[in-house]
Design a protein around this ligand. Structure first.
Ligand SMILES: [Zn+2]
Ligand SMILES: [Zn+2]
Length: 571
C-alpha cells in the first residue's frame, strides 16, 4: 500500500518548541511503523516561511525575510536530523518547485471560476507602510472594554471581532492610528464543493473525534468566501490578473506544500516530474496528516476543498490525527515570556531518544496534556530504567555469567512459559493495533506491559536459583526472556530508533533492526546458540537531585544553544 504521511509545516521564524515537535515526531513514529509493516511511505513536511510574522521579524532585524528563513530552515533541519526524523523530504515553501506548483494550482482554480477579485477597505499603517492583517490591529473591545483586544478576537471576553469593531484602533507594530484604504484582493469561494467536503467527512475513518466534531459544525454553517491574497511583499506572488505586489495568503500556500513536496522528492530521486502522481492520484493511496488542534479547519475543510475543487482526482485525506495542546508546567508555551523548552535546548539536556519516548508518552491524545519535569523524571526512571532497562540488563547479565554469553536452547519449558509467550503475543498485537489506529501513546502502554510481564516472570521463575538444580528449566526461562527482549527491541524501533538498534545488537543480531519486518514479529523467535553482543545499561538513571537542579540545567542548555544559533535567531 502507498502512504503519504505529512505533518503540519513548522512556521520558520524560530526554533520549534516541544509542542510543535509532537506533530513531526508523531508523523515519524507512524511512518516508521508503516515501513515495518511493508508499506511504501513518502513522509513530507517542510519550513513554512511566508506570512506577516516573518516579514515583520525580518524588518525588525533589518534583513531580507529570505535571509532569516534561510538561517532558520538550515538550523531546524539539522535539529530534526538529530531527533532522527525520517523524512523523505523536509522541503520549504521558498522551494522553486513549490512556488511554481502553488501558482499553477491556484490559476487552475481561477480558470474554473472559484477565485475572483473583490474591492475592499483594509486597515493600513501609514508609518509602517503596510496593510495590517486583522491580528495586527489592536484596540479597545466594544463588548468588555479590554484595551488590548486584537482585530480578530478579544483575548479577554473571547468574542470574534473585526478591526472595524475596535475602539481607538492602533497598529500593533508601531502604535500609529491605521487608515482605511481601498485595495483589491482575490477571494476564493469553496461553497460549491461544501457538500462534497461534508460527504468526505462522513466517510473518513481515521480521524480524531475533535476533528470530526469541529469540522461538521463548521461546514453546517456554510462556507464563506475567504481572502486569498495579501498586500504584503513577502510570499508567493499572486498569479492572478492585475495583482502585482500581492502575495498568496500563507495557509493556502503551506497546505499545497504536501503535494509539491512529494513532487519535489521524486524529482530529486530522479523519477521525473509526474511520478508523484502515483501517490496523489492513485485511488488506493492513503494520506495521513499529523496536526495540532489549531490547524483543524485548514486540513479538514480547506485542504479537501482545494483538492475537490481542482477536479484532478487527488486523494482526499485518509486520516487526520489532531493532538490537543501540550502545556509546559501548567502554562502555555510562550516565546516572548520564555516559557517552555525549545528543541535545541532540549537535546542538550537529554539525548534525542529520551525526548522521543517522553513526548509520545505525554502526547495530548484526546485531551490537553502537561509537560512537567517531575513527570519527565518518572518516565525516564520508572518506565525506561526500571521497567525496560532493568529487565534487559538482568537477562543479558545472566546469559553472560551463566551461559558464556550464548543464548541457551530451551531444553525444558512449562505451562508458565506457554502462558507468558501468549501474553507477550497479545500485548504485541495491541501495540500494533493501537499504532494502526494512530493512538501512539496508547500503543506504548503495551510495550511497557511487555517489559513488566518480563520482570515479573523473571522474579517468579528466579533462574539464578534454577541454575543450581534445574539447569534444563533455567535454560527454558532464559531463552523465553531473551525472546521477550527481541520483541521489545523490535517494538521500540518506531519510538526510539537508536535505542532499539543498540538493543538489537546487544542481543547479538548483525542485521539492522528495521530489516526485521513486523509481519513475522509474533512467529519469529530468537535463534538459540546466538552469541550476545557487548552490553551496558540501556538507559541512564536520573539522579535524586535532578529536579532540584533542573532550573540550572535549563539555563546552561539555553546559554549553549544560544551560542550555536545562527545570528538571526539569537534573542
Ligand atoms: Zn472583549
Ligand atoms: Zn504601524
Amino acid at each position: 500500500m502507498k502512504y503519504i504521511v505529512a505533518s503540519a509545516w513548522p512556521y520558520s521564524d524560530y526554533v520549534p518548541h516541544l509542542g510543535t515537535v509532537i506533530h513531526l515526531l508523531s508523523a515519524d513514529v507512524y511512518s516508521r511503523y508503516l515501513r515495518l509493516m511493508g508499506h511504501e511511505v513518502v513522509f513530507v513536511t517542510g519550513s513554512d516561511e511566508h506570512g506577516t510574522p516573518i516579514e515583520l521579524e525580518a524588518r525588525k532585524r533589518k534583513v531580507n525575510p529570505r535571509e532569516l528563513t534561510d538561517q532558520v530552515h538550515e538550523y531546524n533541519l539539522e535539529l530534526f536530523r538529530k531527533l532522527n526524523l525520517s523524512f523523505s523530504l523536509y522541503s520549504r515553501t521558498e522551494s522553486e518547485v513549490h512556488k511554481d506548483f502553488v501558482k499553477k494550482f491556484l490559476m487552475h482554480l481561477y480558470n474554473l471560476g472559484y477565485i475572483y477579485p473583490v474591492e475592499e477597505e483594509l486597515p493600513y499603517c501609514p508609518n509602517d507602510k503596510i496593510f495590517l492583517p486583522d491580528r495586527y490591529v489592536v484596540g479597545t473591545c466594544p463588548y468588555c472594554g479590554y484595551e488590548d483586544a486584537k482585530g480578530d478576537q478579544c483575548d479577554r471576553c473571547g468574542r470574534l471581532l473585526t478591526p472595524k469593531d475596535l475602539i481607538n484602533p492602533r497598529c500593533a507594530i508601531c502604535g500609529a492610528t491605521p487608515e482605511w484604504r481601498k485595495t483589491r484582493n482575490y477571494y476564493i469561494d469553496l461553497s460549491k464543493v461544501q457538500d462534497k467536503i461534508y460527504d468526505w467527512l462522513q466517510r473518513i475513518q481515521k480521524i480524531t473525534e475533535n476533528v470530526k466534531k469541529y469540522s461538521i459544525s463548521w461546514i453546517k454553517q456554510g462556507l464563506k468566501p475567504r481572502s486569498l491574497t495579501r498586500d504584503i511583499p513577502w510570499g508567493i506572488e499572486s498569479p492572478f490578473p492585475s495583482s502585482k505586489g500581492k502575495t498568496i495568503y500563507v495557509w493556502f500556500d503551506a497546505l499545497l506544500g504536501y503535494l509539491s513536496a512529494t513532487k519535489e522528492y521524486f524529482m530529486r530521486e530522479g523519477k521525473g516530474e509526474t511520478y508523484w502522481e502515483k501517490y496523489w492520484k492513485d485511488e488506493s493511496a492513503r494520506s495521513v496528516y499529523f496536526i495540532g488542534k489549531d490547524n483543524i479547519p485548514f486540513h479538514s475543510i480547506l485542504l479537501p476543498g482545494l483538492l475537490i475543487a481542482s477536479e484532478s482526482n487527488y486523494v482526499l485525506p485518509w486520516g487526520i490525527s489532531a493532538t490537543e495542546y501540550l502545556m509546559y508546567e501548567d502554562k502555555k508555551f510562550s516565546k516572548s515570556r520564555k516559557i517552555g523548552i525549545w528543541l535545541d535546548e532540549a537535546i542538550k539536556i537529554m539525548s534525542p531518544d529520551y525526548w522521543r519516548w517522553v513526548l509520545i508518552r505525554m502526547r495530548p491524545e484526546g485531551g490537553d496534556s502537561n509537560f512537567t519535569w517531575k513527570e519527565f523524571h518518572r518516565i525516564v526512571n520508572n518506565e525506561l530504567n526500571d521497567d525496560i532497562g532493568n529487565f534487559v540488563y538482568r537477562v543479558l547479565s545472566l546469559i553472560k555469567s551463566r551461559f558464556n554469553g550464548v543464548i541457551p536452547f530451551p531444553e525444558k519449558t512449562g505451562d508458565t512459559e506457554a502462558e507468558i509467550t501468549s501474553k507477550i503475543i497479545k500485548s504485541t498485537r495491541r501495540v500494533i493495533s493501537f499504532l494502526d489506529e494512530v493512538r501512539l501513546k496508547k500503543s506504548t502502554d503495551h510495550i511497557l506491559e511487555i517489559a513488566r510481564v518480563g520482570n515479573k516472570y523473571l522474579n517468579d521463575r528466579a533462574p539464578w536459583d534454577l541454575v543450581k538444580g534445574n539447569m534444563a528449566l533455567a535454560k527454558g526461562v532464559i531463552y523465553t526472556s531473551a525472546d521477550i527482549i527481541r520483541v521489545l527491541a523490535q517494538l521500540l524501533y518506531p519510538f526510539m530508533p537508536q535505542t532499539s538498534e543498540r538493543l538489537w545488537s546487544q542481543l547479538g543480531y548483525k542485521s539492522k533492526v528495521e530489516e526485521a519486518k513486523w509481519d513475522k514479529i509474533v512467529d519469529n523467535r530468537i535463534e538459540p546458540g546466538t552469541k550476545i553482543g557487548k552490553f551496558e545499561p540501556l538507559f541512564m538513571k536520573l539522579e535524586k537531585d535532578f529536579l532540584r537542579n533542573i532550573t540550572k540545567e535549563i539555563e546552561k542548555a539555553r546559554e549553549e544553544a544560544e551560542k550555536e544559533r545562527p545570528r538571526l535567531i539569537k534573542d
